[in-house]
Structures are given as C-alpha cells and as structure tokens.
Design a protein around this ligand. Sequence first.
Ligand SMILES: *Cc1c(COP(=O)(O)O)cnc(C)c1O
Length: 238
Amino acid sequence: MSTLFENIKAINRRICKSAMIAERDPSEVKLVAVSKTVPVQRLIESANYGIRTFGESRVQEALSKIAEFESLNTEHGFSNISWHMIGTLQKNKVKTAVALFDLIHSVDSVALAYEIDKHALKAGKVQRILLQVKLSPEDTKHGIAKQELLETLAKISEMKNLKCEGLMTLAPYCENPEDCRGYFRELKDLLKKAKEHGFDLKELSMGMSHDFEVAIEEGATIVRIGTALFNARGDPTA
Ligand SMILES: *Cc1c(COP(=O)(O)O)cnc(C)c1O
C-alpha cells in the first residue's frame, strides 16, 4: 500500500484522537497539506486520498504548480481544491497571491494588509486572511507583536476587501512538543481577547508535523502539515 495513503490515514487518525482528548469535534480541525517542494503528481495522488487543501510558502512555486495541478485535474475532476499561502509574502507578489489563494495565513503587517486589500479590490474579490502573530523571539519568525494585535485588527477591519478570519503562529522548534504548548495557548488567549473586543475571528492556524497534536489540544482549527504527510512514514503506533 502507498506510503502516502498510510501517512494521510495516520495523520487523520491522530487529528481525531487529539480532538477527542480535548473534547472537541474532529471536524472543527482542518488539515492543510503543506505541499512546498512536493511534485504535483504527489498532490494529485494525495487528492485521490481525500486531501483538498494545500499550503504553499512561495508564490512563484505555487503559480506554476497550481497551473499544472489544474491541467492534470481536468482528467481527475477533484472538486473543492483550495490553496493557502502560508509563507512570508513579499509586497511585489501580492497581486499573484490574491489571484491564487483562498486564504493567506501570513499577513504580518498593516502595510501588507493594505496591499492585499488594494489588489483584492482590483480583482473583485474579498480576500480571506489570517494575521500572523509573532510569539517567539527568534528573528526568523515574522508576525505582528502581540501588543499591537488589537490596533492592527482595528485597522484591518476598515479594509473592505479583506476578511480577517483568525490568527496564525509559527512556534519555535521544540524537541519536546509539550514545550510548545505555551505558544499555542497564548495564541488561543489572544483570539479570545480579540473576540471580547468585538472582532469576529474564529480560526487558529497553529501546529505542524512535530507539534500538531498539542496545538489541537490547545484549540487549533487549522493544522499545517508537510513532512509527516509527504516525506516521512506515518507513526504506525498512532
Ligand atoms: C513548511 C511549513 C509548515 C509545515 O511544516 P512541517 O514540519 O513539514 O509539517 C507549516 N507552516 C509553515 C509556515 C511552513 O513554512
């Protein structure tokens, strides 16, 4: 049996199990299959096993892959395929990103939001976005400082062609995923606070291959999983 199929089954099982542990409905957790660097043929194969949402981190790579996927898909006819942008977005790539992605997870400044709003207006689209929040001190992690979250949400709520649906974060790599729990809890608390201030947000995009179970226990509604699906054998004991 295909390893990819085994991996998808194992991940789905682990998502369900973590949701049950947290007394959550597993259908509240959406799996984004992170497909950066993965060849299109593998994406078609994963669509065959039920994957419908792909996460890409570079606009240029996504542009050619989505075109190739769509041309192959005329033969397969998978419906409801959705593409998410999860990587740092450069302003000069915004126009293409708006054309390609259903959800942009990585909005990390008001200036970027403004640029997306501008191109969404031109494209006649309301662009769904998440705000990326920087919780980890590492310089490599982008995002809005938590102190600036409410102010940023207020500015974005005035941009008519954006729909901000929630928050995203990248936890630092923790040898033991338990050590990331604090970051996930912090993002959940920030979402709660934003809701108390009247912002209509619901998504928490957090958790990757090595820490998604902890993220789900802390309330993740979207997990972004690459390696555990495409590059590694799923944990057979899960
Ligand atoms: C690559 C990437 C992921 C997936 O990471 P894995 O460890 O391969 O599951 C998730 N989120 C972002 C922003 C990424 O760039």
